[in-house]
Design a protein around this ligand. Structure first.
Ligand SMILES: [Zn+2]
Length: 259
């Protein structure tokens, strides 16, 4: 295995951590905006309820004025009816009085309805205001928490980035360049372990002689998977102690098994 491989494996782990941190970090402003949007929703609910309340008040006042007008009219007709000369004119005025009183009564009913509706709207305003107060507190806390996370993640990212520079400095430039090149295409999937003669990056078979060279401690050659292009490494025990033992035993074995 190339001596820089362990550093590259560490580098990949670190890069994965940095990528996860960055994703969380980059998502924070959006969460912040979403929290603000929730508050905007609660604020518009209050505004809408208040507007409905004002509308109901205006409607009621208008109806009350109409009631007054019809009552005034009835009063005027009644006054006139005392001075009419003909029976017919008297009857016509009585008819007008009845009509005006009916209109006034009808509108008074509406005023009552409007008062009830107004109470309901008032209740809605209070409810919306309480909701807003609650949302304001909750969202304030949420935003503060996001800010804390933002600072935390920022610090973690800075530390990890510094750690990465130190680690990258241990890797020869050409190898680091190769790593970066693969990383740009397949972020976080540059290094692949070979286990049971298989590339763990893609599952394809790795040539036995490659596996063998990978296990050789003195090897400085870098191998890439022919299928997925990952830089290959092996964690399987480097059998350098075993061959030595084999070598010691070889002469005896060698002689007994010689053809
Ligand atoms: Zn592969």
């Amino acid at each position: 295995m190339h001596p820089a491989i362990p550093h590259l494996v560490d580098l990949q782990q670190l890069d994965q951590r940095i990528a996860a941190l960055r994703a969380e970090f980059d998502g924070l402003p959006k969460r912040f905006r979403e929290a603000d949007a929730k508050l905007t929703g609660a604020k518009s609910a209050v505004a809408a309820a208040k507007e409905a309340h004002t509308h109901a008040q205006t409607q009621r006042k208008k109806l009350e004025l109409d009631v007054e007008q019809w009552k005034e009219r009835a009063k005027k007709y009644r006054e006139q009816s005392s001075s009419v000369k003909t029976n017919e004119a008297y009857k016509a005025l009585q008819h007008e009085i009845a009509n005006a009183e009916r209109e006034a009564a009808k509108l008074e009913d509406l005023v009552l309805e409007q008062m009830m509706a107004s109470e309901e709207v008032e209740h809605r305003v209070k409810h919306a205001e309480a909701d807003l107060k609650e949302a304001d507190t909750a969202i304030g806390a949420e935003k503060k928490q996001i800010e804390v996370q933002y600072n935390e993640k920022k610090k973690l990212l800075e530390t990890a980035t510094a750690e990465r520079s130190l680690l990258a400095a241990k890797v020869p430039e050409d190898l680091l360049e190769l790593y970066s090149r693969i990383s740009r295409k397949h972020p976080g999937a540059v290094m692949a372990e070979v286990r049971d003669n298989q590339c763990r990056g893609c599952g394809m078979r790795v040539l036995p002689h490659v596996v063998q060279v990978l296990r050789t401690e003195t090897n400085e050659e870098v191998f890439r998977c022919e299928t997925c292009g990952c830089i290959l490494y092996t964690l399987e025990p480097i059998p350098h102690a075993a061959p030595a033992a084999d070598a010691a035993a070889a002469p005896a074995n060698g002689t007994t098994h010689s053809e």
